[in-house]
Design a protein around this ligand. Sequence first.
Ligand code: G4P
Length: 521
Amino acid sequence: MSDNRPRRTFAVISHPDAGKSTLTEALALHARVITEAGAVHGKGDRRATVSDWMAMEKARGISITSAALQFVYRDHVVNLVDTPGHSDFSEDTYRVLSAVDSAVMLVDAGKGLEPQTLKLFRVCALRGIPVITVINKWDRPGLSPLGLMDEIERQIKLRPTPLTWPVGEAGDFRGVLDRRTGEFVKYTRTAGGATRAPERRMASSEVEDVDAQAWSDAVDEHELLSLDAADHDQERFLAGETTPVMFASALQNFGVAQLLDLLLDLAPAPSATEGVDGSVRQVDDPFSAFVFKVQSGMNSSHRDRMAYARVVSGTFERGMVVTHASTGRPFATKYAQSLFGRETSSVEQASPGDIIGFVNAQALRVGDTVYDGEPIDFPPVPSFAPEHFMAVSARDIGRYKQFRRGIEQLDQEGVVQVLRSDLRGDQSPVLAAVGPLQFEVVEERMTHEFTSPIRLTRLDYSVARLTDADGARTLSGFRGAEVLQRTDGTYLALFIDKWRANNAAREFPDVLLDELPAGGS
Ligand code: G4P
């Protein structure tokens, strides 16, 4: 959808079970959902998430693409970009984060920071994405709020700056103290949290309907936080040094309107983006977009392949012919939208920050740029250090053609990284993953979608370092190491463990052996 309304594009990220689906639903409830298309035939790695969104579609009568939920709130257009659920956690999440301007990190009040929360915070820091933290499930017994702030500060080195502070301990959630106005925001439960929860604001001198002790405790803690310089600072938030915090119960719809207000008031709007050559695309320059996700097999009756792109600049108009930066070829978007979702519906126009889906765009890969006007090529979406490696081969050699096509497709989608060497040959490449669940996705899709069941053999490596052709030659006889090449031409040196990698670096000081950004555990 294109118009002049301001945009906010964000993702909700969390450890599994912190309440991401519940919050997404609550956000949709508070806003006017405008997405028209619903691409809901997920397969393999998308199944869990897609089915959650499908259930939501049914329950609420709203419609969601498998990539983004678009809604209007206070005359802003908000794009909530979907991230994979826990059962398929992989590099996909990291790539999705390249398409957003901010993230909402959901923390379970009873559990505090969990392993995936920490990993995701790290990735946001790496990509410079400002994070708003929501402490969820405050309607249930949980940790102390000051203890949680301390944990955030110690474990992720971000200064928490609470914007609201809970009144009533976890499990007895009465409302919050709005730290910017000093008011009490009182929440009232509705049956099953099925409708918007009514809120009443009261000046601190007029607080009623709440235990006096609970209120004075909240005021005391609020003052302690102010003394400790834990007040919101917009510049430091945008610089990734602080994280505004709020307390909520997604299930009860408590705090959801405040979160939307925060996103509009504090989260960054789409902004200029730098290309690989250092040139800058301003949002009002001619159209440009980059592909952050490629997905296939969503519609079993058509062998379709969707490429999802985030609009960086200009206005996208369906039917325009753009240039595919990596090949320099024209790319027609005429039919691109015609199969978007379950129905034949289309996105006619889109603005910076919006997500568009190109159907059957065989040429588009993850990280690709398309543009109109002056050329631009955005930097590739970073790949993370794989830590799990399997040799793969076709179970039935008679289905080698299907095997090759399937592996090529999954490689292009970025489901796993595919590594090859002359030594191993094309019949048995190596699959490299950040998380082992990626292999399950490959197995399932190879069997069902590409009709070539595979054999996976675990390799003993756990560390990958970036090297080059020289490195490949030098390391070719080095014990406990092997150099393979990714489809994009990058050489990766695999080692059994980091001691051997460090040993090789000492023994061959002139050989390039750079570390890759860590994504896994
Ligand atoms: P996820 O997408 O992050 O994995 O989490 P999801 O929303 O599925 O929520 C996980 C569980 O936590 C669900 O319970 C959900 O109802 C519950 N939950 C989410 N937000 C809140 C909250 O604010 N307060 C409380 N008390 N619970 C919350 P479940 O029993 O696993 O599923 P269900 O049967 O309730 O759907």
